[in-house]
Design a protein around this ligand. Structure first.
Ligand SMILES: NC(=O)c1ccc[n+]([C@@H]2O[C@H](COP(=O)([O-])OP(=O)(O)OC[C@H]3O[C@@H](n4cnc5c(N)ncnc54)[C@H](O)[C@@H]3O)[C@@H](O)[C@H]2O)c1
Length: 334
């Protein structure tokens, strides 16, 4: 039995606690929150000891692995103290507030030989998993464009991050994961309307090394919640609703077939529409199972510290591009 704990049991952390409690091969040994009331509520709900000081939990409960779901500006301090003590860490996204902190965290995890995973949860969305499988099988052939729309109302509890690193980081990570290609340039436009010191609207364009284009439309100023990802390729178009976990495929009837080399001669015509059957599951349960399995089997998690760093770097470049209104060339990622 691996002993698990959660530090920061607010909006997302309370779900981490529930998932660890329900997971086989894992024992939730305690929760921590700076708010005594929140700590008590979530501790009592899960029938585990609760604390307001995470150092006390570590001393008394000696967890093997911990989810860090405190506000982003505290990720580095809390995660680095845990890693120093040889504890495996899943830190919520974005990995840290700055590139320097992320680099230090990754180096520390390597030195201490612990697993460092990052909570880019959309990789575990069953719609994304199915989409990725089909893209890899070559169902739409050459990919031209990947487009993410992630808009919703303003969350007043997020006080320490702008919409790019907080929200668009989900889609930046997804684009990196689905395309598995270096990104060579990024351009962003940002707007600040409700948030007093950071952007809350973001539109971005990026270019992959192989020529495909990524488009991001992300904001906190829309009075409805949309989480949509589309991929356009030579043989068709995927449309994924990440909230309802639905995927539709629109075939290009006159597109090149899998065996067709004369693709240049073909056009675009509406073809069959396919609703793809998805085996639904809770993305967070899959994410935490992957983390626990990485710890148990001594392997890398699906989302590594380096993934978190690459995504943060791109997100911060988008913010910079928005501020200076210019294109940022990327140094080729590893
Ligand atoms: N993966 C996702 O889909 C997802 C969703 C939401 C949030 N997040 C990330 O999770 C983190 C938390 O976000 P949230 O929305 O749950 O915020 P939240 O404000 O609801 O929860 C954070 C909790 O941490 C507690 N806290 C603050 N300082 C602490 C400390 N030193 N020790 C212990 N507890 C402390 C707060 O009291 C609060 O209850 C952020 O980094 C956010 O980006 C990820």
């Amino acid at each position: 039995m691996l002993k698990a704990a959660v530090i920061g049991v607010g909006s997302i952390g309370q779900n981490h606690a529930r998932v660890y409690r329900e997971m086989e091969g894992c024992d939730l040994v305690g929760v921590v929150d700076a708010s005594a009331q929140t700590a008590q509520k979530i501790g009592t709900r899960n029938n585990v000891p609760f604390y307001t000081d995470y150092l006390k939990l570590i001393e008394e409960q000696k967890p093997d692995l911990v989810s860090v779901s405190v506000p982003t500006s505290m990720h580095f301090d809390v995660a680095s103290k845990l890693i120093e003590q040889g504890i495996h860490v899943l830190v919520e996204k974005p990995i840290t507030s700055t590139v320097e902190q992320a680099e230090k965290l990754i180096a520390l995890a390597k030195k201490k030989s612990v697993v460092l995973a990052v909570g880019h949860i959309e990789r575990f969305n069953p719609a994304v998993m199915e989409l990725r499988r089909r893209l890899r099988e070559g169902m739409i052939g050459r990919i031209y464009k990947i487009h993410a729309q992630r808009v919703s109302p303003y969350p007043p509890r997020i006080q320490d991050a702008g919409v790019v690193i907080d929200l668009a980081s989900h889609d930046i990570d997804l684009m990196r994961y689905l395309m598995n290609e270096d990104i060579v340039r990024v351009y962003g436009e940002t707007l600040q309307s409700i948030n007093s010191d950071r952007e809350d609207m973001f539109n971005g364009v990026l270019r992959f090394k192989g020529g495909a284009v990524g488009v991001l439309d992300v904001n906190w100023i829309t009075p409805t919640k949309i989480r949509r990802l589309t991929v356009l390729g030579a043989r068709g178009f995927f449309d994924c609703d990440l909230l309802s976990q639905q995927v539709f495929f629109y075939e290009n009837e006159t597109g090149p077939s899998q065996w067709d080399t004369l693709s240049i001669l073909r056009g675009v015509t509406e073809g069959n529409v396919l609703g793809i059957r998805i085996q639904r599951h809770e993305p967070l349960a899959a994410e935490l199972s992957d983390f626990v399995a990485a710890v148990r089997d001594g392997r890398a998690p699906t989302v590594t510290g380096n993934d978190g760093l690459a995504t943060l770097r791109l997100a911060l470049d988008f913010v910079k591009s928005g501020a200076q209104v210019g294109v940022i060339s990327q140094i080729a990622e590893g």
